[in-house]
Design a protein around this ligand. Structure first.
Ligand SMILES: [Zn+2]
Length: 287
């Protein structure tokens, strides 16, 4: 059967139609309506219906910002605020007239990279998103491992530093508040007084402050991922999101992780994603 995947992003919504061999038949991108739940429902419905004109039957998978509560079926933890507390899956099943699959963006990322990207040769894959936020997803034998309550892989809100930076989730010291893009830029601003973007910062690390910033980043990255390896011992870790473009994460970063794992043997591949921004829409189609 053909597959339709929709990636609902904060600014754009992308749709794709794949055939049985996962070859792209059609791909389309529209702006995401801002702060208007009903407009988002209409926009996704129109996009799917347009893709449906090119196929007979197809599965539909949707990648959303935020998770679906297993308790209520409603969206939670979303940075697209108008979705919070809404029955997105149920409402879309009504307008589309068929059942759909829905997963958060980190799970879709992990699924796409595990099935057709950087980790396609591995069985147990931990997919990491380090961007505006930090998230993760676990794929085992090409299936998402959601866990008993749908939070498996959510390492972005592990406590990294007790009583540390305040997080929007209500806790302190979460991984996200140290190694997300905005957190790294904020730290640079505190150290240098400069408002610079991550790509700019990376160009200026060969000085005392730069070394301090980088060492702290590597240390936090190392602890955060070593904890994951200690629990899951995955066959591969794939990094995604804007922060994953930093090349030193794949040598010095990897070493920082290995140094902190509780084992005399660590060889977990830490891989750069292959699908880039397309992981969400491919992952959605594979659900
Ligand atoms: Zn948090």
């Amino acid at each position: 059967m053909n597959r339709i995947g929709i990636d609902l992003g904060g600014t754009k919504t992308e749709g794709i139609l794949l055939d049985e061999n996962l070859e792209t038949i059609e791909r389309k991108r529209v702006p995401t309506p801002q702060n208007d739940y009903n407009a988002i429902i209409n926009s996704i419905t129109n996009l799917v219906n347009e893709l449906k004109t090119k196929t007979n039957e197809s599965t539909i998978g949707i990648c959303t910002p935020g998770a679906i509560s297993k308790k209520t079926g409603l969206i939670k933890n979303s940075n697209t605020q108008c979705l919070i507390g809404m029955p997105l899956k149920e409402d879309l099943e009504k307008t589309l007239g068929q059942t759909i699959s829905m997963e958060n963006d980190a799970n879709c990322f992990a699924m796409a990279e595990a099935k057709m990207g950087a980790a396609k040769d591995f069985d147990v894959v931990f997919g990491v998103i380090m961007g505006t936020g930090v998230g993760g997803g676990i794929v085992i034998n090409k299936k998402i491992h959601s866990g008993r309550t749908n939070i498996a892989g959510e390492w972005g809100h592990h406590t990294l530093i007790q009583n540390g930076n305040k997080c929007y989730c209500g806790k302190n010291g979460c991984v996200e508040t140290y190694i997300s893009g905005p957190a790294l830029e904020k730290k640079w601003n505190e150290l240098t007084g400069k408002q610079e973007s991550l790509p700019q910062i990376i160009q200026n690390l060969d000085n005392e402050i730069g070394i301090q910033w980088k060492n702290e980043f590597l240390n936090n990255f190392g602890i955060a991922l070593a904890n994951v390896i200690d629990i899951l011992d995955p066959d591969a870790i794939v990094l995604g999101g804007g922060v994953s473009n930093i090349s030193f994460l794949y040598d010095e970063g990897k070493k920082a992780v290995y140094d902190k794992v509780f084992s005399d043997l660590v060889d977990t591949p830490i891989l750069k994603n292959q699908l880039g921004d397309s992981a969400g829409v491919f992952g959605a189609s594979l659900l």
